[in-house]
Design a protein around this ligand. Structure first.
Ligand SMILES: [Zn+2]
Length: 630
């Protein structure tokens, strides 16, 4: 009875939460970024009034970033002052922005930090901007890709990475922070990092030494369409925010999404949602010009009209304004406003995000962005810059080879009775460097083309397309295949287990093409999820390209990136009679599933399972107890 009442309450809350005009959001602030080009246009009061009127009807805006410089365009101080006054009069928080590009259109040409004239310019822009604002954000480009003769001379025989890491750490202090603070002692300078974190060190973004110097960090969470240039997986938008939060806890001030690569339009909404599922306190919409652009009818996806989380037709519906007039949405501002209203309805139920900690040493490279591919198959991941203490499971990739003590740290974790999973890429990198002390394997140069798998009991399962994996050899009866791949009668490990001291050590075979994880059979993925992330208390069973986000208050979100509706099982290892969909208030009863016993031993746990459907490109948020909204 109690639960029924609670769910009724949720349903009512959800109903009343539907806005007839773009209302403010309860769980985050919305900021709009304006490039120097558009800030300059704000000198025309008519232009500003018209653009702002339409934009603010589509999305509630709490804060505006006014950029002072981009591509050597410095906005005149009279225009800046009038724009600041315009937004303050509307009760909007105002902050400054700087883009340190010489010419963005020329392969993102940055300043040369070896050139005295450029250095003076960078410093001048910092002090100029700090005169007007108490908060200043640096957009994406505070890095250098300059290889001029001055830089070549200054680099000497160091690597570009070592040269640029030092150059840009010093530039942050000498050319940005000190000049800005000298002009305005109250100024807070925030560095916004873009989405390509694996490669930062090569261009001087210094994640080790810069975060303590700056007042705050900001995260580029845009992933766009994954077929576009960067090939970023959707889960990246969540994982990168958590990673940067772990670099400077409590001072990752927000996530940042643009409208690029948003076809179908659901892709834009997903990026906003993923940023907020990571619990970003602020979302920045880049930028005022993009928000003022019309969305196209041909971005309405084939699955529209089937009840997906992003409802194109609902988004387009005319909105009644406070003065009674009707507003017809045609631009991106409303796409953002609508998508944010949808996610705001569930965020209040979600606690602090948790996941399997994946240690990525500073300035390391290995298997680029692989954590995000695991996130895409329902393994919640939390990337951290130090080896985490006291975790049940630590997940390590080839990047971890950058820590010279890594084998000792793995052993320490295992002898403490905890567990470690490493990728085949890391095992290979550590071969001959002491990893054989834990288990003697050989990750060979040979490859296998596999389409048949064995995971646990029962018949093998097949997939339509073969995938290519490295062949791992091991010593029979010294370690064991938990999940195997087969080709005719031959076979190799996919997940391999070796116990060491009181801990469990797993090696996960990474397909040559990471994306092939997505097409592994559900039975294989279920085993990977259970063995790698089973300690989180909740997991999913089903196909790939469905992510799971887990929070510390018994709430969780599942989000599908599939183009078709999917059915999954949500699995608890503790007694859980029912779960509540906090968006709809629907209560879903669970089933007890007793694990089969062999000679009185159980190889998997008893479980409480819930079958749920997820529409294409949609999310569902649940709690496993009567929900409490913050
Ligand atoms: Zn240079």
């Amino acid at each position: 009875m109690h639960n029924l009442r609670v769910s009724l309450l949720i349903a009512l809350t959800a109903l009343f939460a539907m806005h007839i005009f773009a209302g403010d959001y309860k769980n985050f602030k919305v900021a709009v970024y304006c490039r120097a080009y558009e800030v300059e246009k704000m000198g025309d009061a008519n232009w500003l009034e018209t653009v702002w009127d339409e934009l603010s009807k589509g999305v509630h805006v709490d804060k505006i970033y006014l950029e002072t410089h981009r591509d050597l365009l410095i906005v005149d101080e009279k225009i800046l002052e009038s724009a600041i006054a315009f937004f303050r009069a509307k009760g909007i928080e105002v902050a400054g922005g700087i883009t340190y590009t010489r010419d963005e259109s020329n392969f993102f040409e940055t300043f040369c930090y070896s050139n005295p004239d450029d250095r003076a310019k960078v410093s001048e822009i910092a002090s100029y901007t700090a005169r007007f604002f108490d908060e200043v954000i640096l957009d994406d480009f505070f890095f250098t890709n300059c290889k001029c003769n001055l830089c070549i001379g200054a680099k000497k025989d160091r690597s570009w990475t070592d040269f640029r890491l030092e150059l840009m750490r010093d530039a942050a202090v000498d050319l940005v922070l000190n000049p800005a603070r000298a002009v305005n002692p109250d100024v807070e300078v925030v560095i916004k990092y873009p989405n390509w974190y694996e490669h930062f060190q090569g261009l001087g973004f210094n994640l080790e030494e810069q975060p303590p110097l700056f007042d705050g960090l900001y995260t580029g969470t845009e992933t766009r369409n994954r077929t576009s240039n960067q090939h970023l997986q959707q889960y990246h938008g969540y994982a990168i925010f958590r990673y940067f939060e772990n670099l400077k806890p409590g001072q990752n001030r927000g996530g940042w999404v643009d409208t690029g690569g948003s076809n179908p339009l659901d892709r834009y909404a997903e990026q906003l949602w993923l940023t907020l599922f990571a619990k970003a306190p602020e979302i920045t919409l880049f930028d005022i010009r993009q928000l003022d652009s019309p969305f196209r009818e041909n971005t309405r996806a084939a699955w529209q009209g089937t009840g997906t989380s992003f409802d194109f037709d609902e988004m387009k519906k005319p909105l009644r304004q406070e003065d009674g007039s009707m507003f017809e949405p045609t631009k991106y501002a409303r796409v953002a406003g609508y998508s944010l209203e949808i996610v705001d309805r569930v965020l209040g139920y979600l606690g602090k995000p948790v996941g399997i900690k994946s240690y990525k040493p500073y300035h390391s490279v290995g298997e680029d962005f692989i954590q995000n591919y695991l996130g895409m198959i329902g393994i919640p991941i939390d990337i951290v810059p130090e080896f985490p203490e006291g975790e049940e499971m630590v997940f390590l990739t080839a990047s971890a080879k950058f820590d010279p003590q890594i084998v000792e740290k793995i052993k320490h974790q295992l002898t403490a009775g905890k567990n470690v999973t490493i990728t085949s890429g890391l095992y290979k990198a550590l071969q001959g460097k002491g990893i054989e002390d834990i288990v003697e394997l050989r990750v060979t140069e040979r490859r296998a083309n596999v389409s048949e798998f064995r995971a646990g009991w029962g018949p093998t399962v097949k997939i339509e397309e073969a995938i290519i994996i490295p062949q791992i050899h091991y010593l029979t009866n010294d370690s064991w295949e938990v999940v195997s791949a087969l080709d005719n009668t031959n076979g190799w490990p996919i997940l391999h287990r070796a116990d060491y001291s009181d801990g469990r050590f797993y090696v996960l075979t990474v397909p040559d093409n990471f994306i092939d994880f997505y097409i592994m059979p559900a039975k294989v993925l279920n085993s990977l999820r259970q063995n790698i992330a089973g300690n989180l208390g909740v997991s999913i069973e089903g196909q790939g390209e469905i992510s799971l986000f887990v929070y510390d208050n018994s709430s969780f979100v599942v989000e599908s990136f599939l183009d078709k509706e999917a059915t999954i099982n949500i699995v608890f290892d503790e007694e859980t009679e029912q779960i509540t969909d906090v968006f709809t208030g629907e209560i879903i009863p669970g089933n007890f599933r007793e694990a089969p016993a062999f000679r009185n031993r159980k190889f998997v746990k008893d479980a409480f399972t819930f079958e749920v459907n997820i529409k294409p490109h949609s999310f569902r948020a649940f709690t496993n107890h009567p929900p409490v909204k913050k």
